[in-house]
Design a protein. Structure first.
Length: 196
C-alpha cells in the first residue's frame, strides 16, 4: 500500500511539474513517505486507544507533544515498526501514568523550568536524513520551541487539575528526551547533523 501511494503520488507530481529535478523529487518522496507513515501509525494508535476508552486523553497528549515536536524536531526510530511500538506504548501508557502520579507543585514547576532551559540549549535537534542547515530557521525554531514550553509552564501554574498538569509536563519531558544528545548517543544516531 505504501509503495503504491508513493509511486502514484510521485508520478502525479512528475506529470504536473516536469521541470522538477531528481533531487527535488527525492525530497518530495521523503516528505510523502513521512506523512504516510505518520498517518498510518496515528490511525492505529487512535483505533487502539478508542478500544481502551482513552482516545480523548491520547488526542490531548498527541496535541501537546506535537505542539513542541513540530519545532523541536528530534530523533526518529530507525524502523517504522519500532516507531509504532514505541509510540503506542508511550502515548497509551502516559495517560494511565498521569492518573496515578501526584507531584508537589514546586517539583512540577522545577521540572518545567529545567525543560525550558534544556529546550533552549538543545532545540531544534535534527536527523541525518533531515538536517536543518538554515541557521535563521534553526534560531527561529529554537525561539518558538522555548516560547511554547514557557506557555505550557504558565498553563501548569494556572490550572488545578492534576491529571492535565501531568499530561502537559509529560508531553514536555517526552519531547525533551527526543532532542537530548544522550538519546542520540544511546541509539547510535549522529547528533548536530546540520554541521555536516
Amino acid at each position: 500500500m505504501e509503495k503504491w501511494f508513493l509511486n502514484k503520488s510521485i508520478n502525479n507530481i512528475k506529470n504536473s511539474y516536469p521541470n522538477y529535478s531528481e533531487t527535488k523529487i527525492e525530497e518530495i518522496r521523503y516528505g510523502l513517505e513521512a506523512v504516510y507513515l505518520t498517518i498510518t501509525k496515528l490511525i492505529i494508535i487512535l483505533i487502539i486507544s478508542c478500544f481502551l476508552g482513552i482516545i480523548k486523553d491520547v488526542l490531548i497528549l498527541l496535541l501537546l507533544f506535537g505542539g513542541i515536536r513540530n519545532f523541536a524536531y528530534g530523533i526518529h526510530a530507525s524502523k517504522s515498526l519500532i516507531c509504532l511500538l514505541a509510540s503506542s506504548t508511550i502515548f497509551m501508557g502516559v495517560p494511565y501514568l498521569a492518573r496515578e502520579i501526584t507531584l508537589p507543585p514546586h517539583t512540577m514547576l522545577g521540572m518545567a523550568f529545567i525543560c525550558i532551559v534544556l529546550y533552549f540549549i538543545y532545540a531544534p535537534a535534527d536527523t541525518e536524513k533531515r538536517p536543518l542547515v538554515n541557521e535563521k530557521k534553526r534560531l527561529l525554531f529554537k525561539l518558538i520551541t522555548t516560547f511554547i514550553v514557557i506557555c505550557y509552564t504558565v498553563i501548569l501554574l494556572l490550572i488545578n487539575d492534576n491529571y492535565y498538569k501531568n499530561l502537559i509536563l509529560f508531553a514536555m519531558i517526552m519531547e525533551l528526551l527526543m532532542i537530548l544528545p544522550i538519546t542520540y548517543k544511546m541509539f547510535g544516531e549522529p547528533y548536530n547533523n546540520y554541521k555536516k
